[in-house]
Ligand binder design. Structure first.
Ligand SMILES: *Cc1c(COP(=O)(O)O)cnc(C)c1O
Length: 392
């Protein structure tokens, strides 16, 4: 599949030639662990054992690499399994990482409670502030800058191109977690990122029916000494073994085929929900990169196609009102995760971000996060209005 094809053409076809044996139009679920060899070492198409490679996973890995404009894709059992593999492949004890001050809670927990005891140090920085990123770099020791944009749950925006410059000048790789924007709305590699990570559990899978992760590398990693990053990630993927299984790979591939149409609808609906929230008395602030008053709206407008389906807002009457509003909705589902076709509501302080309470990443108690789904938006707004009219 050529890079010149459009996004949806790549999503539907990249890595997904009709099955060589039967002509099956959809990549089959190769639910198999091992492969017959034609004589010792005579692998058919390179397949030997499914931790090392499996055809359904290969299709997904090629597809996600094509969507991100990268050179190689790697699929994992979860987003965090992919992140762990990247960290182990590229960092050694004594190295230092710059981590966003409102990173996904699990990412922060990983650097704080898993990597740090193993000798990988980190500093927290506001990635929306380039001076803060520069100040967090430790010359000679910082080997990785980790960016998430938009962030979860505060919808902060980081300038990928500018941070790539800062990271590369310091001799560090830039990793961008592209889970919220997806490959459809934002292309970090084109903006200078060396590695893209995803929780495919979210928009990429898109149907709340699979947990998975992906990592994509750029062809010519721009950091001296990191030229073998791709091989190191491949080696660690196989050596650690946190790979995506065949059925999970198939579900994620199926989700990716409709990513563009789903994202357009998520964005349409989110914009209308934002408009409603802006006009409601019970809401003190709406956080959405598409709003002109968002601190980094201009950066978001430059690097994203549209502004995504995640919306957060703060309740004027505080935490109690936020908790009650989350319980009062009927169509919106109270739940963690995001990016599925169905709309979800949650209270980050007590749910997704409870693990960062008491740390620098603590989120305000009056905050509500919405993952705006692709239902009929009038129904979504009517349900929200009812809950906010009572508790706002
Ligand atoms: C969910 C999420 C992750 C972790 O992914 P899992 O699939 O749950 O392991 C990482 N980053 C972001 C932004 C996420 O939303």
């Amino acid at each position: 599949m050529s890079d010149e094809h459009g996004f949806s053409t790549r999503a539907i076809h990249a890595g997904q030639e009709a099955d060589a044996l039967t002509g099956a139009v959809v990549t089959p679920i190769y639910q198999v662990s091992t492969y017959k060899q034609d004589g010792i070492g005579g692998f058919r198409s390179g397949y030997e054992y499914s931790r090392s490679a499996n055809p359904t996973r290969t299709a997904l890995e090629e597809c996600i690499a094509a969507l991100e404009g990268g050179s190689r894709g790697f699929a994992f059992a979860s987003g965090l399994a992919g992140q762990d593999t990247v960290a182990r492949a590229l960092l050694v004890p004594g190295d230092h990482v710059v981590v966003p001050n409102d990173a996904y809670g699990g990412t922060y927990r990983y650097f704080n409670k898993v990597a740090r005891p193993q000798g990988i140090e980190h500093s927290i920085a506001d990635m929306g502030d380039l001076e803060a990123v520069r100040a967090a770099i430790r010359p000679g020791q910082t080997k990785m800058v980790w960016v998430e944009t938009p962030t979860n749950p505060l919808l902060g925006i980081a300038d990928i191109e500018a941070i790539a410059g800062i990271a590369h000048e310091a001799g560090a790789v830039l990793v961008v977690d592209n889970t919220f924007a997806t490959a459809y709305l934002q292309s970090p590699i084109a903006l200078g990122a060396d590695i893209v990570t995803h929780s495919t559990t979210k928009y990429s899978g898109g149907h709340s029916d699979v947990v998975g992760g992906a990592v994509v590398t750029r062809a010519d990693i721009t950091v001296p000494g990191m030229a073998d990053a791709e091989d190191r990630i491949a080696f660690h993927q196989n050596s650690i073994g946190g790979v995506a299984g065949p059925f999970d790979s198939w579900l994620t591939l199926r989700g990716l085929k409709t990513l563009a149409v789903r994202m357009e609808r998520h964005c349409d609906n989110a914009e209308k929900v934002v408009e409603f929230l802006k006009g409601h008395d019970g809401v003190s602030q709406v956080l959405y990169p598409g709003l002109p008053e968002h601190a980094n709206h201009d950066v978001a407008a430059r690097q994203m196609k549209r502004f995504g389906g995640m919306v957060s807002f703060r309740m004027r009457r505080g935490e109690d009102a936020a908790v009650k509003a989350c319980a009062a909705v009927r169509l919106w589902t109270l739940g963690e995760s995001l990016g599925g076709v169905e709309s979800l509501i949650e209270h980050p302080g007590r749910m997704t971000h409870a693990s960062v309470a008491g740390t620098e990443l603590e989120v305000p108690g009056d905050l509500i996060r919405l993952s705006v789904g692709i239902e009929d938006v009038d129904d979504l707004i009517a349900d929200l209005r009812e809950a906010l009219d009572i508790h706002g």
